[in-house]
Design a protein around this ligand. Structure first.
Ligand SMILES: [Zn+2]
Length: 270
């Protein structure tokens, strides 16, 4: 785990998202849990030295942020929409997906289960633990249920996948126009460090770059709609070739872009 503040550690290698730990005088708060059970167990064992886990906060409903919950103690806290998503998750689907995504990982143990949250909220919730404050704010974007975790004493915000650093943003469940508004809300916070859902820790200047990325997706798909392209035509033709130079491409990029264009087309066409 990388130490990024006196009381904060971030794990990016063992987790498929960023798993963060805030150490308070009254116990530990974990923000998002590793997806692979073996890695979730490793991280849980590693952070035991900091004290008991009091809360696990899930910043969003997707499997890469919530699947490791069952390997951590404390109470799980998140948006009520994320609780619904966790309750609807099936262990067999999870096993199949891991076989596809991480074929080299050990099989899922029988102790795995989807652990639903104990505490939910819809708009805002504040947790006080030791000398730390955790302001949880619903900021829709990558999904309607995204949660920002602002810890004012550490001058830091954990953003969920509303901000990803040097990676492809996913729009499959996005509310794109709200996403832009939410990015303005992060900018208003008095923080020095921004922990994204994926990628390295950045400062506030990165928020503007993320907003440009989201805006480029919206503008490009909107212009395809304005030209009268059908959905399949838009998915064929909108490749962002020459755009989004900040996002490295790999063999999955084309599929993700196709999915993103599909969702944006559906939302913006209305
Ligand atoms: Zn996600």
């Amino acid at each position: 785990m990388q130490k990024i503040n006196e009381n904060i550690y971030v794990e990016s290698q063992l987790s498929m998202c960023n798993t963060s730990v805030v150490v308070t005088s009254a116990g530990v708060v974990v923000i998002d849990t590793p997806m692979l059970p073996a890695n979730a167990k490793k991280v849980a064992a590693e952070i035991a030295r900091f004290g008991p886990v009091r809360y696990v906060i899930n910043t969003e409903p997707h499997g890469d942020h919530i699947s490791g919950n069952c390997y951590f103690g404390g109470q799980v806290v998140t948006h009520e929409g994320t609780r619904d998503a966790i309750l609807a998750s099936k262990v067999d689907d999870f096993k199949n997906m891991l076989r596809m995504m991480a074929p080299d990982s050990p099989p899922v143990d029988s102790d795995f289960r989807f652990r639903p949250p104990d505490i939910t909220f819809s708009d805002r919730l504040t947790l006080y633990l030791g000398k730390h404050t955790f302001r949880l704010i619903n900021l829709p974007g990558h999904s309607p249920y995204q949660v920002a975790v602002h810890v004012p004493e550490e001058r830091i915000v954990f953003t969920s996948d509303n901000i990803v650093v040097e990676g492809m943003p996913y729009f499959h469940q996005a509310v794109p126009l709200e996403w832009l508004k939410s990015l303005k809300e992060y900018e208003k916070l008095d923080v020095d460090k921004v922990v994204p859902g994926h990628g390295r820790v950045v400062d506030k200047s990165y928020i503007r770059q993320m907003a440009q990325t989201v805006q480029t997706f919206i503008d490009t798909v909107r212009s395809a709609i304005d030209k009268g392209l059908s959905l399949p035509e838009a998915q064929e033709q909108v490749t962002f070739e020459g755009l989004l130079p900040q996002i490295p491409r790999d063999e999955r990029s084309a599929d993700i872009i196709r999915m993103n264009v599909g969702r944006l087309y559906e939302v913006l066409k209305k």
